[in-house]
Ligand binder design. Structure first.
Ligand code: SAH
Ligand code: SF4
Ligand code: F3S
Length: 463
């Protein structure tokens, strides 16, 4: 299979048209976005046609997330909704397949019960999709759904996808997965189970993938992994070394990465980020909690003080650095004092943005052995308070930035106001500008005139 086993897709091959129509819908993290791109490449290469609407599809693939219970519920009710919409429109039922983390976690169970789907394909088995779908749609397939379906899951350590470049990525940044899986054992987290052990894509494959993106006109990449900062190739290259090699690619202008683990933000890595102009000064470094007792029970492998040390060092060596983070509230045993420690950390770091979640117990993870003892009401209150504190911090920061002159890169047309364009700064701030015409990828000097939510408004500054 051309997109598997570390080989680049052959873009010179014409894409066949007229095959069975497949609609893919993506849930969860950026790694799933990349994987959906890989799935599209695999299917197009095998003569399938990708469509944008479930009602015109022969098969619907849902690329799913298991990280919280809510994420899984959404997908299950979506399966019902797809069935109903097809029925209401007097259409034959579509074949429905579940890919991604839910496929890996639940396997064949997804083919049972009232919301049973036809096909289940885990994260390391997308190369089998053309064959599996072939049994269900198109010429020679079983006439009705439910026949010929199966569940194919299980980790294949050395299988890595190389997705064909997405020519029009939504936020202007081309995703490049550099490794898969996770070797950490954060006690609340399902990802090590669904994605398996950490396994690196070879550096030469990553570099070739990025060179191909640049050859296609791309100027920015986001290096992806659950723990990119733990990247290590055969004891001769770590993440700092990798970004140095990526930065050496001619024509590439900006490098972002997701997600960094605070424990792996070594000083030499931060030095490299500060030194390499192409690496954007924005660190998404999830803290999860500000309480050492909670961090210990989460097995996050750092203390709040160590986290703050990392932030301080980054501020020293990375000019203009900004931070974002994830937080979990209501982890088992979290007291009010623990939660106050989280608020304290948030106030100290002054994040640009945080993503905060109520703890959701996942079956089979180590924390499932701890009593989920923070009442739902308390979780909700803490979440609301955390969001209020962040809003206060951001309001002060955003107000202080009004009047700043910044460089931002165009990502395309803004949703509103009419005729406006949307841009992004190196530290991941969104800016909407009216009165400028610019192609995606082009840079503009902008004066910030105001803000709303997480978006600034700006006007072009004449050169
Ligand atoms: N690899 C990344 C993120 C993994 S999942 C990291 O280590 O930070 C994305 C986010 O979902 C996590 O940062 C965490 O905040 C949240 N999350 C993971 N498991 C969760 C759970 N069981 N309940 C609530 N939030 C969870
Ligand atoms: Fe999950 Fe922790 Fe791995 Fe992140 S580092 S994916 S939170 S186990
Ligand atoms: Fe969700 Fe799987 Fe990503 S659980 S967050 S889609 S790795």
């Amino acid at each position: 299979m051309s997109t598997f086993q570390n080989s680049l897709p052959d873009l010179t091959k014409p894409v066949p048209t007229g095959g069975p129509a497949i609609y893919i819908e993506t849930y969860g993290c950026q790694m799933n976005v990349y994987d959906s791109q890989a799935i599209s490449g695999v299917l197009e290469g095998a003569g399938y046609r990708l469509v944008e609407n479930e009602l015109v599809a022969d098969a619907v693939l849902l690329n799913t997330c298991s990280v919280r219970e809510h994420a899984e519920h959404k997908v299950i009710s979506r399966v019902g909704e797809i069935r109903h919409r097809r029925k209401d429109a007097d259409l034959a039922p579509a074949v429905i397949g579940i890919c991604g983390c839910m496929a890996e976690r639940l396997g064949d169970d997804l083919r049972k019960g009232p919301r049973a789907v036809d096909l289940v394909v885990g994260v390391d088995n997308y190369d089998a999709l053309p064959r599996l779908l072939g049994a269900l749609v198109g010429p020679g397939a079983a006439a009705s759904t439910g026949k010929g379906g199966q569940a194919v899951t299980g980790h294949r350590q050395d299988a890595h996808y190389v997705a064909p470049p997405d020519l029009y990525p939504t936020n202007g940044s081309h995703l490049v997965t550099i490794h898969k899986g996770c070797d950490y054992k954060c006690t609340y987290c399902i990802v090590p189970m669904t994605r398996g052990p950490q396994s690196e894509k070879a550096p030469e494959v990553i570099l070739a993938e990025i060179e191909q993106i640049v050859a296609g006109g791309g100027r920015e990449v986001t290096l992806l992994g659950q723990n990119v900062t733990a990247y290590r190739w055969q004891d001769r290259l770590d993440f700092a070394g990798l970004i140095e090699q990526v930065a050496a690619i001619d024509g590439l202008e900006r490098i972002r990465f997701l997600t960094g683990h605070p424990k792996d933000m070594h000083r030499h890595l931060m030095d490299a980020i500060g030194r390499l102009d192409k690496v954007c000064p924005w660190l998404h470094v999830p803290a999860q909690s500000g309480s050492d007792a909670v961090l210990r029970r989460m097995k996050r492998l750092y203390t709040a003080a160590e986290y703050l040390d990392m932030v301080e060092y980054a501020q020293r060596v990375i000019p203009g650095v900004t931070f974002s983070s994830d937080f979990i509230v209501g982890f088992p045993g979290e007291t009010d004092a623990d939660f106050r420690a989280t608020l304290d950390l948030v106030r100290r770091v002054k994040y640009d943005q945080i993503f905060s979640f109520k703890y959701s117990e996942r079956p089979g993870v180590p924390a499932a052995k701890l009593a989920d003892d923070v009442p739902l009401e308390a979780k909700k209150e803490r979440l609301a308070e955390l969001m209020d504190v962040q809003q206060e911090i951001w309001t002060a920061a955003a107000n202080a930035h009004v009047g700043d002159v910044v460089t931002a890169v165009c990502e395309g047309a803004a949703r509103r106001p009419a005729g406006a364009i949307r841009l992004r700064t190196a530290n991941n701030r969104k800016v909407v500008v009216t009165g400028a015409e610019l192609a995606p990828g082009a840079a503009l000097t902008v004066r910030l005139t105001g803000w709303e939510g997480t978006t600034f408004f700006g006007e072009p500054v004449p050169a």
